[in-house]
Design a protein around this ligand. Structure first.
Ligand code: ADP
Ligand code: ADP
Length: 226
């Protein structure tokens, strides 16, 4: 991913907010990145743009060398669904549905068979350590377990990039550590991962820390080499 002089501007009646104000950033395959910065510094805006959920106001977004501005809208949706998995602070599960149903859901858009969807979901639920709980309703699980379900849901489409918006923000420290350990493990298997976090312990486990202030990159440190 390459962002060139990227801006996200929200216009109101009397003023403009530069949520992102000239971001230049390259993300290589296999990176594990923490995005930090105070509230309002542009972290969510950046994550939404990286996740193809929102488009920039100015600048360029290159994905595998191709400019996204030149790709048609339905293709952008397709790219998002195939390449990107999302993990949220509040898990965003369907709480009345079973664990397995939550995880097979992203595959409903694809032309895959029921049996294959179940097999894939089971595979990734096993990977996050939830094999025993697959027929429980999502809201019967603890917060940490729900976040594991959310990670399995993010993984089931086999995306290259995982975007996590404060994935430990709603968990106690120990449970949060377990979630980060899972993300770290996935990264060591080759996934590119970007985590928005306020937690320095989480950031320390990443190999790059980007700090935003007022929509600009304030610091960009490689803490470990790939
Ligand atoms: P962070 O995630 O670091 O808290 P955001 O990306 O959410 O930062 O916000 C960056 C700036 O953009 C803030 O000033 C925020 O108020 C503004 N902003 C974010 N979303 C919107 C929106 N939909 N409409 C108007 N302003 C917005
Ligand atoms: P659009 O309005 O551009 O059609 P949406 O905002 O409805 O797009 O989001 C559609 C896609 O974005 C989903 O298929 C999913 O990949 C991703 N997405 C957006 N919000 C969520 C969410 N809360 N949980 C999971 N995926 C989400």
């Amino acid at each position: 991913i390459k962002l060139i002089d990227l801006k996200k501007i929200y216009s109101h009646k009397y003023n403009k907010t530069f949520a992102l104000d000239g971001i230049n950033l390259s993300i290589k395959q296999g990176e594990l990145i923490a995005v930090m910065g105070p509230s309002g510094s542009g972290k969510s805006s950046l994550l939404h743009i990286l996740g193809l959920m929102d488009s920039p106001s100015e600048g360029e977004f290159l994905l595998n060398g191709k400019s996204l501005q030149q790709i048609k809208k339905h293709k952008v949706h397709k790219t998002r669904n195939q390449m990107i998995g999302f993990v949220f602070q509040y898990f965003a599960l369907l709480k009345d549905y079973s664990v397995i149903d939550n995880v097979t859901l992203p595959l409903m858009y694809r032309k895959s068979r029921h049996k294959e969807r179940i097999a894939k979901a089971k595979l990734y639920l096993e990977k996050v350590g939830l094999k025993e709980h697959i027929y429980k309703k999502a809201d019967e699980l603890s917060g940490g377990q729900q976040q594991r379900v959310a990670i399995a849901r993010a993984l089931v489409g086999e995306p290259e990039l995982i975007l996590a918006d404060e994935p430990t923000g709603n968990l106690d420290r120990r449970t949060g550590e377990e979630i980060i350990d899972i993300l770290q493990q996935l990264n060591s298997e080759g996934k590119t991962i970007v985590i928005v976090t306020h937690d320095l312990e989480v950031a320390r486990k990443c190999n790059r820390i980007i700090e935003l202030i007022d929509g600009k990159i304030h610091t960009d440190q490689f803490t470990k080499s790939l």
